[in-house]
Design a protein around this ligand. Structure first.
Ligand code: DGL
Length: 263
């Protein structure tokens, strides 16, 4: 194992780019190999068995790329398959799971909405993360929102969110947990649609710091002073790489990937 090997980042589609952005912020010197399984998206409306099978098959192919760590940058895939993946590969495998405890720790937070896919909210893993906090946790399934984000359909997203939040008593909500990695890609649209100042939690900075600590212990942190390379790949059509690139560059401070727009 060498320090120079990339960190793999897996998602069902483009959502893991929000995670990749946070990881690059914390560990800019690392190389990253991103794979989005756009061909099989959405995962979040499939059964746990289907999600597990798709995730294992995609991650087996990624693990063959000589990675030094693998990030499952998809709540639906992590809640369905993380245990299986951890025992399958000889490298650290880190999941992105609903950061419910992190929301509950926020000072002044009473109740909070957990926006996620149907599969994540129905998973035993989510139940066990949420149960210590009882009815402070308000699960909010968002079927169909992932597709609107992939389509970059801003008008459709606004309309969807307007209807979604109409069904919620927003006075009772102090925080929004974004427990689907696609949702931080439209964080500003979500914030505006909520119509009340609210804390937003995704948990990625903490996840990135915990991987950094793991790599440090294993002496696998890449040499500082250089900026790592990013490789963006998909099981879908080649033009999707241009979409991944747009999402990656959508916030300041994140540099050009090495294969912008090609496929
Ligand atoms: N990005 C995935 C997640 O975090 C969900 C997208 C999908 O439904 O495929 O749950």
């Amino acid at each position: 194992m060498s320090k120079n090997q990339p960190i793999g980042v897996f998602d069902s589609g483009s959502g893991g780019i929000s995670v990749l952005r946070a990881f690059r912020h914390v560990m800019p010197q690392e190389h990253y190999f991103y794979f989005g399984d756009h061909k099989n998206l959405p995962y979040g409306e499939k059964s746990h068995e289907e999600i597990r099978t798709l995730t294992i098959s995609a991650c087996d192919a990624m693990a063959a790329q000589s990675l030094k760590a693998l990030v499952i940058a998809c709540n639906s895939a992590s809640t369905a398959a993380l245990d299986k993946l951890r025992s399958r590969y000889p490298i650290p495998v880190l999941g992105i799971e609903p950061p419910v405890a992190q929301a509950a720790e926020l000072p002044g937070t009473g109740s909070f909405l957990v926006m996620a896919t149907t599969a994540t909210l129905a998973s035993p893993r989510f139940q066990s993360l949420a149960s210590p906090f009882g009815d402070r946790v308000i699960p909010l399934p968002c079927p169909g929102l992932v597709e609107l984000i992939e389509a970059e359909d801003t008008a459709g997203q606004k309309e969807y969110l307007r209807h979604l939040f109409e069904a919620v008593c927003i006075e009772d909500v102090d925080a929004l947990v974004l427990a689907c990695t696609h949702f931080p890609l439209i964080k500003d649209t979500i914030t505006q649609a909520f119509q009340k100042p609210v804390s937003i939690i995704d948990g990625y900075k903490r996840a990135a710091e915990s991987l950094k600590a793991l790599l440090k212990i294993a002496r696998l942190i890449n040499e500082p002073g250089q900026t790592g390379q990013v490789s963006l790949t998909t099981s879908g059509d080649a033009e999707i790489v241009a979409r991944l690139t747009r999402f990656l560059l959508a916030r300041p401070g994140f540099i050009q990937p090495d294969n912008p727009g090609d496929g």
